[in-house]
Ligand binder design. Structure first.
Ligand SMILES: [Zn+2]
Length: 332
């Protein structure tokens, strides 16, 4: 297969702290021989496992980038044993544009793995992760939040895998992240996800959803900050900080697709439950008002298809047909 055109400006084999770029040639109107420069930091101190930590897979999710730009500024290399590769904004063009998908090729990075070296910009980034970065890693953490159209209770998650030993290792790492909730997550469609590629490569993989709405809060940023440290301590790469408080996560499961509620109406959402509420099957979760006219007709009612915790809600308040309205997870 063709060589990937990305060249790193750091040396992945070298000890110490290095700040640099993944340099991806991008010839365009305002820069004939220009490049997309994706920031990367590496901490390496002797032998040990490698962790790869990313944010900004989607460009409008902020807890990951904030936690990882902060993490990248550390100078205490003596506390590391092994190697940590930090990429705060994986899909850098989307992050710069504050959009979920890339403004260059309109692709959703997290739907096109394993990517291709001779494809468009996002496909080349995906290929570089698939064939260069992920093979170097033992532990992989990808920090997501809801972005501009979803909002979540903060959780770290792992998936059901064919390899049960790998599944337990992923679950243990996700619980060690220490978010308020741990979720055994069911994906609407796992094809093309970074998650799926990393798991198929046999790595210990953790994903998160830490909030959303296209912004962040001190509460969710702190969860990400602690989670990054906890993940590396669990991997045996970072020395534990004995002053750090321990948090137990509430365990959640999505046993089947009844967890998802999709809107079959367009209009104005009147929420009847809040994120974190534990509800019963049949409870009213939302009413959707048609906005074109007032009428004696009642709004469309959406009821809970299962009991459990409301872990996701649609934002903003106007919704389209087909949008995800809520997600309800079983509390274990
Ligand atoms: Zn995301």
């Amino acid at each position: 297969m063709r060589h990937n055109p990305i060249s790193p400006t750091i040396d992945f084999d070298k000890d110490g702290i290095q700040h640099g770029y993944l340099r991806l040639p991008h010839s365009r109107d305002d820069s004939a021989w220009g490049a997309v420069m994706i920031p990367v930091t590496q901490f390496k101190n002797g032998e040990g496992p490698t962790a790869l930590m990313t944010g900004g897979n989607h460009g409008d999710e902020y807890e990951g980038p904030i936690a990882l730009y902060n993490f990248a500024s550390r100078t205490d290399i003596d506390n590391f044993h092994g190697r940590v590769i930090v990429i705060p904004a994986m899909n850098f063009p989307a992050f710069q544009a504050a959009t979920r998908t890339s403004p260059v090729d309109q692709l959703n990075l997290n739907r096109i793995f394993p990517g291709r070296p001779d494809g468009s910009l996002s496909q080349v980034i995906a290929d570089y992760f698939s064939r260069t970065l992920v093979p170097m890693a033992d532990y992989v953490l990808d920090i997501h939040s809801g972005g501009k159209t979803l909002d979540f209770v903060p959780f770290a998650a792992s998936h059901i895998l064919d390899n049960k030993e790998q599944q337990s290792a992923c679950e243990a790492a996700a619980k060690a992240f220490g978010a308020p909730h741990y979720l055994q997550m069911l994906e609407i469609d796992a094809a093309g996800l970074y998650d799926t590629m990393v798991e198929e490569a046999g790595k210990v993989f953790v994903t998160t959803e830490l909030g959303g709405g296209g912004t962040s809060t001190p509460y969710t940023v702190e969860i990400a900050r602690r989670g990054v440290d906890n993940f590396l301590i669990h991997a045996g790469i970072l020395n534990a900080d004995p002053t750090m408080p321990k948090h137990d996560s509430v365990s959640l499961d999505m046993p089947d697709f009844r967890s998802f509620i999709f809107s079959e109406h367009a209009g104005l959402v009147e929420p009847c439950v809040a994120l974190g509420d534990v509800i019963r099957e049949g409870d009213l979760v939302a009413r959707i008002h048609s906005i074109e006219r007032t009428s004696p007709e009642p709004p469309a009612e959406y009821r809970a298809p299962r009991e459990g915790m409301v872990i996701c809600r649609h934002v903003p308040s106007l919704i389209k047909i087909g949008d995800c309205l809520n997600v309800i997870a079983e509390v274990l």
